[in-house]
Design a protein around this ligand. Structure first.
Ligand SMILES: Cc1cc2nc3c(=O)[nH]c(=O)nc-3n(C[C@H](O)[C@H](O)[C@H](O)COP(=O)(O)O)c2cc1C
Length: 212
């Protein structure tokens, strides 16, 4: 009788523990599904923002966005790109001037649309022959991560031209970056959205071709 009671107790414990494991698995599945849905939402709703408030986002948020950039895939995992996170107003303004000057010497509009933060992506052309693709994927991660963290962002081009100028090269040299190896990929401007959030333009037809 005692033996039977012992076996019954073991059976009850096993049943309860299997039930609770199942519950954890279900919660985990739900959590994963929510994360996936959120990721899809973020990818579909990110837009280029062209008006910002002056408020500088907290450093921890900018760090997280940069971290997402560093986790982009890179050819043969050579991690050819680098990110220069500029929150310093004076340097941000110098970069804006250099960027605008690519259009011509008399250009005085701010190509950064007032965004207080610029994440400049450059890539080491000697690290991997995929340096340009690697840098572009880092840019993509930065833009999407910024949106996921509630910030506005936009790819601003002409980083290549800016870091080919003597002033641009001097900024790299001051940071100990070899200006002869690194080429600018893009500027990810960041900040809080000022005004309405833009709607996505319709996608073109025949974007996706299927072979089934
Ligand atoms: C390689 C590249 C360069 C871009 N350069 C600029 C730029 O210099 N200035 C700008 O306002 N937007 C720039 N953009 C943003 C595009 O104009 C924007 O992604 C496009 O209009 C689609 O809008 P969406 O990002 O809101 O979907 C650039 C985007 C890419 C991918």
């Amino acid at each position: 009788m005692k033996r039977l009671l012992f076996i019954l107790t073991l059976a009850v414990i096993a049943a309860v523990s299997s039930c609770s494991n199942k519950k954890v698995a279900t919660n985990e599945e739900n959590k994963n599904e929510t994360i996936m849905n959120t990721t899809m939402q973020d990818l579909l709703t990110r837009r280029s923002i062209r008006s910002y408030t002056d408020e500088v986002p907290p450093r921890e948020v900018i760090e997280e966005i940069c971290k997402a950039g560093t986790y982009a895939p890179t050819g043969m995992n050579k991690q050819a790109p680098i990110i220069i996170a500029v929150t310093n107003r004076e340097v941000r303004d110098r970069l804006s001037k250099l960027n605008g000057a690519v259009f011509g010497p008399d250009n005085d509009r701010d190509p950064f649309y007032g965004a207080p933060v610029v994440l400049v992506v450059l890539a080491d052309t000697t690290a991997a022959f995929t340096w340009k693709e690697d840098g572009s994927l880092v840019m993509g991660n930065l833009l999407n991560a910024a949106h996921a963290k509630g910030l506005g962002s936009c790819w601003i081009h002409r980083a290549k031209e800016v870091f080919e100028t003597e002033e641009g090269k001097a900024i790299l040299t001051d940071l100990g970056i070899d200006a002869n190896k690194y080429v600018g990929i893009g500027n990810c401007i960041l900040g809080y959205v000022n005004g309405d959030y833009p709607e996505a333009k319709p996608r073109k037809e025949n974007y996706v071709y299927w072979i089934e």
